[in-house]
Design a protein around this ligand. Structure first.
Ligand SMILES: *Cc1c(COP(=O)(O)O)cnc(C)c1O
Length: 359
């Protein structure tokens, strides 16, 4: 890639404030340099030094024995479910959890694992009385309840640490394994560290101490182009490696991606706090518009309740003004590495213009 091509792309992108998701980030120059410099090998033979280094580094940081680099978070979650569960087992999961609602039914289709979805409390948690009531007795009528799967952050919300401890205790008391979809684990960790003091890596490790496995995305707020990692015990990762192969996710010189992820792990964790500040700035700027109820963000996502029809019109209006958002259930804006205060202010101004035109 030559510099002039890159510059042209960047200039073009600068016109648009893309708040659809934190997945839209471009690798930084330093990240691209790390990718270009990465030593490579065939990871299916276990020979890629960059992949091996990343797997060791993240597992150690999160307090697990082993890690496994995955192409996507969807596959990482599915491999985890298949490593924890056998055919005919069941996992307890939230109605809006990615591992239930947003993964094409993969656990059922490819893993023969039955979901038991539960409604979320307002804070995103699964009420523990509901979890307990849905653990099936050992009886041939029922699927075998084998796993509790939580997500943190969930819809941008941070599950309270005390809740994680209680959920973990309940799962263990009933012999269930515990999986965390921590696609945005580090957003949760940065928020916990900001509230309680301490550093985000230590907070991430504390969160993970309540789980047998965790899946982390590098391609969300951390800003890598692709890649996720599953962490767990050596035995669990051995099983997940088999699942990954079956699912077609064993890649070769994938150290180019692992190097990007490693760069993100070392340099892009603490800065997630900046995204959280910008989300708050955006939420505050959107306050007080008629018909728009803004939820106070805990991390990098701003959700607004608005009439479905208005939401569709607003998303289209914002797009014409060069501001991208989504309006599937609620209006959603996500801050990330490639958004700054000026972009957020443009989004606020464009939204205000929409409501002024309505009035
Ligand atoms: C993005 C995401 C995933 C994984 O998504 P991929 O696009 O497959 O990498 C899993 N869980 C949550 C909560 C996510 O937001």
């Amino acid at each position: 890639m030559n510099a002039s091509t890159n510059a042209a792309v960047n200039t073009d992108r600068a016109k648009v404030v893309d708040l659809r998701s934190d997945t839209v980030t471009q690798p930084t120059a330093a990240m691209r340099a790390a990718m270009a410099a990465a030593p490579l090998g065939d990871d299916v033979f276990g020979d890629d030094p960059s992949v091996n280094a990343l797997q060791t580094a993240l597992a150690e940081r999160l307090g697990f024995e082993a890690g496994l680099f995955m192409p996507t978070g969807t596959q990482s979650n599915l491999a985890a479910l298949m490593a924890h569960c056998e055919r005919g087992d069941e996992y307890i999961v939230g109605q809006y959890a990615h591992t239930y609602r947003w993964e094409g039914g993969g656990a059922a289709v490819l893993g023969s694992i039955q979901p038991q979805p539960l409604n979320h409390a307002a804070d995103g948690s699964l009420p523990l009385a509901d979890v307990e009531a849905n653990i099936k007795p050992d009886d041939p009528h029922f699927a075998r309840t084998r796993l509790l799967a939580l997500e943190n952050t969930i819809g941008g919300k941070v599950l309270p640490m005390g809740y994680l401890a209680q959920a973990s205790e309940l799962a263990q008391r009933h012999g269930l394994s515990r999986h965390l979809d921590g696609a945005r684990l580090f957003n949760a960790a940065v928020a916990v560290a900001a509230a309680e003091g301490g550093d985000p890596y230590a907070a991430a490790k504390r969160i993970c101490s309540h789980f047998d496995s965790v899946s982390v995305c590098f391609s969300k707020g951390l800003g890598a182009p692709a890649g996720s990692m599953l962490c767990g015990s050596r035995e669990l990762i051995r099983r997940a490696r088999r699942a990954r192969k079956m699912l077609g996710g064993a890649m070769r010189q994938t150290g180019v991606l692992a190097a990007a992820a490693h760069h993100a792990l070392d340099h892009h964790v603490a800065r997630l706090g900046e995204d959280h500040v910008l989300a708050t700035r955006l939420a505050e700027g959107l306050q007080g518009l008629p018909g728009l109820t803004v939820e106070a963000p805990q991390t990098n996502m701003v959700f607004c309740d608005v009439d479905k029809e208005i939401a569709t019109q607003l998303v289209a209006h914002l797009k014409r003004e060069g501001v991208l958002s989504t309006g599937l259930y609620k209006l959603r804006f996500v801050t990330h590495l490639d958004v700054d205060a000026e972009g957020v202010d443009r989004a606020i101004a464009a939204t205000r213009r929409f409501f002024q035109a309505q009035a």
